[in-house]
Design a protein around this ligand. Structure first.
Ligand SMILES: [Zn+2]
Length: 234
């Protein structure tokens, strides 16, 4: 992350794969509100201790709390009245997570899919079966390319960093929501309507449910993932 000044206004820059995201005044709060909206649709907004295992350039991490981020007035911690703990997603940090979870006892663990299998395996070796822990919900952030996923009842959030795409798999209707007013889908390409520096992305595996409407977002575009990737046993 870089903090800079343009026209006497603070700007936050994040180098992400395939681009750079630039945030001006108020932008981060708009996206923190959107992420809180995602957690509500995922039925996770009641979680009060949230552990995020992701890199610092991920909005799941940097929108976690106003304490973590310049110019952010209210992150997830403030909006959901929760504690947010950020755990880096590097492999040497992932091996430490089972003990952190044992001590902190979060009720929500958010993890990106590339390291999810590593985390589950490491936890089992450490004697912590994350999938069987009472009171722990797990949200997996899945990217544009399918990753092999251990089987289980994980909640899922579609996340493409360079587009700042955050699309939750709704707990009510079972479809992913592309939030009205935030994104548009045109000719198979998803465009971020609110952040100029965001890059469009092509997601060939989405299948739009044109005949469906969800009361939690009546104007949202609903879709499923046509090819969610190979599933491997946990
Ligand atoms: Zn829905």
């Amino acid at each position: 992350m870089t903090v800079g000044l343009i026209d006497d206004k603070a700007r936050i820059f994040f180098e992400v794969p395939e681009g750079e995201l630039r945030f001006g005044d108020g932008d981060l709060d708009r996206w923190a509100e959107h992420l809180a909206w995602c957690y509500r649709l995922l039925d996770l907004d009641e979680c009060k201790t949230i552990a995020v295992q992701d890199f610092g350039t991920s909005p799941l991490a940097y929108l976690g709390s106003a304490l973590l981020m310049p110019t952010l007035e209210a992150g997830i911690a403030e909006r959901l009245d929760a504690k947010v703990i950020c755990l880096d997603a590097s492999p040497e940090r992932v091996v430490l997570t089972p003990e952190v979870i044992r001590q902190v006892e979060p009720d929500l663990l958010i993890v990106r899919d590339e390291i999810f299998g590593l985390l589950l395996d490491g936890a089992k070796r450490a004697g912590v079966d994350l999938a069987a822990l009472d009171g722990l919900k797990i949200l997996v952030a899945i990217g544009a390319k399918p990753m092999p996923m251990p089987s289980g009842k994980w909640r899922r959030l579609l996340h493409v960093e360079s587009t700042l795409l955050l699309a939750p798999e709704c707990a009510s209707c079972g479809h992913f929501h592309l939030r009205d007013g935030f994104y548009a889908l045109t000719d198979g390409t998803i465009v971020n309507l609110l952040l100029d520096s965001a890059q469009p992305c092509v997601l060939p595996r989405i299948s739009v449910a044109e005949d469906r409407v969800c009361e939690l977002g009546p104007n949202d575009l609903l879709f499923t993932l046509a090819n969610p990737g190979e599933t491997v046993p946990s």
